[in-house]
Design a binder for this molecule. Sequence first.
Ligand SMILES: Cc1ncc(COP(=O)(O)O)c(C=O)c1O
Length: 384
Amino acid sequence: MTTEQPATRPGNPRFSSGPCAKIPTFDLSKLSDAPLGRSHRAAVGKAKLKAAIEGTREVLGIPDDYRIGIVPASDTGAFEMAMWSMLGERPAEMVAWESFGAGWVTDVVKQLKIDAQVHEAPYGRIVDMAALNYDNDVCFTWNGTTSGVRVPDGGVIPADRAGLTMCDATSAAFAQDLPWDKLDVTTFSWQKVLGGEAAHGMLILSPRAVKRLESYTPAWPLPKIFRLTKGGKLNEGIFEGATINTPSMLAVEDYLVALDWARSVGGLKGLMARADANAQAIWDFCESRDWIANLAEDPATRSNTSVCLKFTDDRIKDGATFAKAVAKRLEAEGVALDIGAYRDAPAGLRIWCGGTVETSDIEALLPWIDWAFHAEIAALGEPA
Ligand SMILES: Cc1ncc(COP(=O)(O)O)c(C=O)c1O
């Protein structure tokens, strides 16, 4: 097998799973309309925040009676805020099949100490979502960013559930179809599929989630940054752009620009098609090689955003060292940045395939993975 370098390099080597590649047309001058140095409570600031909320509703197809808020501390802030504000009214079902889901389990079991049933699956697999008790509150991650395993669809979530479904959809929103009628709380951050900036989280509430907030007060105190109600009523202002504390208007402008770009590629459908094409190129690559495979065992659960791969060649004795060396080699060549597996995940590569990534860049990257793999095998001193 040749170890000659491929002739073509990706135009953009940014395949990180967060912060993710910015929109292909990105240029800092596109942010020149940001109302910098102005109050976010001035009319101009409020209008921008409202546009971010309504643009989210339009592009994601979120029902009119769902509330959408911009909250502090990115996806983590949004999900934590939801858990700490709404859980405890009834038992919880905590679902985890990778690192971030496991983090939410820790919050609920060790910090909030809520009566919880924990359902776990190892990296590469998914929990049986049909086996959960939806009369309890169910917390889960739609797309496991660190394992490349996703919920295939929401078909098993009952329409007449008594509990709330709370979904961390940060690496799914804008790439996968989210069934809003099955999701009571949904969170994501701008830095993922739309390649926006970190810092702010999006919190999407169904009418049932609002009802919970207005009918239940947790036994524990809530810091100001988490408080979604005022005098027992929903703080509606948060869902109209009156944020709890000061947002970055530069980040807001960047999100608005990304939403405009999303519309220009066909909205949600266009974004999903772009992610699908990117992921498919990698799946096909793996299919025709016997030394690399998708970490997701069931093809129905393969992520189309955070595609996680493992090396399966018997000659590799130390998987972690090998995978790191491949990623390092690719980074040194400037053809792929940040594609090593997540620190807690099995050794391998993780290639972001969300819509801001061009399929031509994925296609240009793949021969380089061939090259780096064979170069590292050669370096092992094993027969190539
Ligand atoms: C599934 C999932 N949840 C939560 C987070 C944390 O997101 P943030 O750093 O935006 O708070 C991430 C980040 O990668 C993630 O992938």
